[in-house]
Each structure stands twice: as structure tokens, then as C-alpha cells.
Design a protein around this ligand. Structure first.
Ligand code: AMP
Ligand code: MG
Length: 392
């Protein structure tokens, strides 16, 4: 049995980057950049007014000034300012030659002849200078950045309408178990609905990848071989649920060995998810996730996502440390355990009532999950726990 941290490090070591593809900026949300992006221009690209007001020479601030033109955004100034002159200017317009300050319209008076006079106190220039945000040739986004809407704004501003990203990862999903029936069916005595496949498909899609559901394998090595072979032909990763523990019908590890996979781990000091299997054959990976829906869910979040992030050369989502809202008691745990939590007042966390790894309903209202260290029986209110947030 290996520690949970070791399991994560093994995944990091084994992960190989996938190839790049060139896509349109509009399709880039949630994808990861495969190259750095540079600016093709200075930003701002010209001396730009930051407020609506009057552009003038600062040494004329105390004078009565004649308005020689009105400059609107997107239009070039026509006049160079001379002594005693100013130009009415709109936010985002080009500041005329001669002006070194823009005063706010609210801080000026206009007399009967149309002359203006500044009465404010501020000497702020209210001008955004050429290249003050970004200079031509500057790196604006780095390889490995996961694209959020604000990154798309950066891409748009530098004209990067086509970008290189890592291609989506193809993920085969197989449920196992003689007792498993598809959700549309009414289970007969002894049967149970397949909730893992739908959950894993959704987790895959939410991570930005491509789920490929192959169906339910009966508890036999032949059935597993049949579906695994199909998955290998099309997918980078295969996620199996069930059939990984110590039961008579837990054939997954044996079948993976028969298929020439190297089993990198098959037992982790963690709850839920102890019998999670991770195996590799060349550039194909398999996770054998335990059949209980909570175990499968939690280990996708904690382990599968680490592999996906590394295959995209991006940073896996980080953990946060948050204090307990109240004292916590449990039966002494032999393994590190992850429990569902809600966010409570003042940035603290509240464990949710939880009956174990079949109790997926406990996760329906969870905001995240917290790690309770091995050997813990009691934790005082305020103790800080490592938390993985599920809503973000
Ligand atoms: P296993 O890991 O195959 O021993 O399964 C552990 C538990 O999870 C058993 O109670 C199974 O019936 C249940 N289980 C296995 N696969 C699924 C699934 N796809 N959906 C819901 N429950 C499952
Ligand atoms: Mg089973």
C-alpha cells in the first residue's frame, strides 16, 4: 500500500503530454495553451484619454482656455494645441499633440463665450501612455495557461485569433459488474443502477475532455478484454469502475496484466478509494476505480484530474486550507480520509453527515471535500484542513 501523496507523484511522473492542435480563439475556453502568446502591438497603442474632459497643456491649467476641437474615440485629433487652447476629448480618444494632461469635465466651468476653466485640485494626467500595459513583443500568456474568459480578452487584444492548444484527451468509460443495469431500467432483485458511468461521463466533459462510453462489462475476464480492447483502439485513457478489490469477481488487475499493462499502483492509503488501480501501456493509461459511486467520484477528482492536467501540461487544481467550523469526532481512521463538506460562515468548513462510499447523495450538497489525516479521532474547532473545492 502506498501513500496518497506517492500515488499523486507516480501519476505526475508517468503523464505524457498529448499533441497540439491549432484552434480558433472562440473555441479556446478551458483549453490549455501549448505555446506562449506575444503581443503584436503596444497597449495602449496611442496616448489615450482615460476620462471624458479637456486635453490641455499642464502649464495652462490655471488659464481660461479656448476649445479648438472635439475629439471622439476612433477619430484622429486634427489640431496641435497651442498656448491658451484645449480640446474637448472623450474617454478612449487619442490625446492631441501638445497636450500632456486631461482634466475631468466635472471639474471645469464653461463661460458664456465657450471658454473653459479648470477648478479642480488634482494634477493627475488622466492619460494612458503608449505601451504602459504591454509593449510590442511582450509575452502576454504562457504555455500551460488554462484559458478563462479574461484570457480570451487578452488573445483578442493581441489579434491571436488562432492558437495552439493541447488536443482534448479521449477517455473510454467502462462499468463492470453482473449486478449493474443501465439507469433507464428498473433494477430486478439484486441489481443496481449504473450511476458511475453517467457520473464519469459528466466529470470527463466538465474537465474539457471527450468521454466515450463503452457499456457494462459482465464480471468475467472475457467481457473485460472485449471492452478494454475497444477502448484502447480509440482512447488515451480508460476508466473502469468496479472489479478492483479482493472479491472473487474482481478481475480488473489480472486482465490488465494479461493485456501487458504495467500496474503502477493498486492500493492506496486513502478512504474512499483504497483499491484504485493505475496502469500504463505505452501512451495508454487505465484507472481501475472502485465501484462505489463516492469512491469513483472522489478518485476521479483527486487522481484522474492530476493525470489530465499533466497530460495538458497545466497545473492541477490546487488545494486550499480552511478551518473547521466546529469540533470534529470520528472513529479512529487507519487511512487518510476525504469527507464531504459545506462552506460555513467566515471561510470555515462544516463536515456533512456521510455514511460511507455508497452514499453519493451526501455529495449532492457538498461544496468540497476535506482531508482528515490518518489516525485522527478528534479535531478542535478552528483546526485547518486541506480542502478540495468542488464548485468553482
Ligand atoms: P466493486 O468495486 O465492483 O466491488 O463494487 C463495489 C460496490 O459498488 C458494489 O456495491 C457495487 O454494486 C457498486 N457498484 C459497482 N459499479 C457500480 C456502478 N457502475 N454504479 C453504481 N454502483 C456500482
Ligand atoms: Mg463488482
Amino acid at each position: 500500500m502506498i501513500s496518497f501523496d506517492t500515488a499523486q507523484s507516480i501519476i505526475h511522473q508517468e503523464a505524457q503530454k498529448v499533441e497540439q492542435e491549432n484552434i480558433r480563439m472562440e473555441e479556446a475556453l478551458s483549453r490549455v495553451l501549448a505555446t506562449d502568446v506575444f503581443s503584436d502591438l503596444d497597449m495602449p497603442p496611442f496616448e489615450k484619454a482615460a476620462v471624458d474632459g479637456y486635453a490641455l497643456r499642464s502649464r495652462d491649467l490655471s488659464q481660461k482656455l479656448k476649445v479648438v476641437e472635439i475629439i471622439k474615440a476612433g477619430h484622429l485629433p486634427q489640431k496641435e494645441l497651442k498656448e491658451g487652447e484645449c480640446a474637448k476629448i472623450m474617454t478612449g480618444s487619442m490625446v492631441p499633440i501638445g497636450a500632456d494632461i486631461v482634466v475631468m469635465i466635472e471639474e471645469t466651468n464653461t463661460d458664456d463665450e465657450g471658454f473653459i476653466k479648470y477648478f479642480g485640485k488634482s494634477k493627475a494626467a488622466n492619460i494612458c501612455h503608449i505601451g504602459e500595459d504591454i509593449q510590442k513583443g511582450d509575452k502576454v500568456l504562457s504555455e500551460g495557461t488554462q484559458i478563462h474568459p479574461q484570457h480570451i480578452a487578452v488573445l483578442a487584444s493581441v489579434g491571436a485569433t488562432k492558437i495552439n492548444v493541447y488536443r482534448k484527451i479521449r477517455i473510454g468509460i467502462i462499468s463492470t459488474g453482473d449486478e449493474i443495469v443501465e439507469p433507464a431500467e428498473k433494477p430486478m432483485p439484486g441489481q443496481i443502477r449504473n450511476s458511475n458511468a453517467a457520473q464519469l461521463i459528466a466529470q470527463t466533459a466538465q474537465s474539457g475532455h471527450l468521454p466515450d462510453y463503452l457499456g457494462i462489462a459482465k464480471d468475467s475476464p472475457e467481457a473485460l478484454h472485449f471492452l478494454l480492447e475497444q477502448s484502447e483502439a480509440k482512447n488515451d485513457i480508460c476508466l473502469l469502475s468496479g472489479g478492483v478489490s479482493m472479491g472473487e469477481t474482481d478481475f480488473v488487475p489480472g486482465v490488465l496484466l494479461e493485456r501487458a499493462y504495467e500496474i503502477l499502483f493498486k492500493s492506496i492509503e486513502v478512504k474512499p478509494g483504497k483499491p484504485t488501480v493505475f496502469a500504463r501501456k505505452g501512451n495508454k493509461y487505465v484507472f481501475g476505480l472502485p465501484g462505489n459511486p463516492v469512491s469513483s467520484f472522489v478518485q476521479f477528482e483527486l487522481l484522474v484530474k492530476q493525470l489530465l492536467a499533466k497530460m495538458w501540461h497545466s497545473q492541477p487544481k490546487s488545494f486550499v486550507y480552511m478551518p473547521l467550523a466546529a469540533d470534529f469526532h470520528q472513529k479512529k481512521g487507519k487511512r487518510l480520509s476525504w469527507i464531504p463538506i459545506n462552506l460555513a460562515e467566515n471561510g470555515s468548513i462544516q463536515p456533512l453527515s456521510y455514511h460511507g462510499s455508497a452514499h453519493i447523495h451526501a455529495y449532492a450538497d457538498a461544496d468540497g471535500m476535506a482531508a482528515i489525516p490518518k489516525g485522527t479521532e478528534f479535531l478542535e474547532k478552528g483546526s485547518k484542513l486541506k480542502v478540495f473545492l468542488l464548485r468553482s
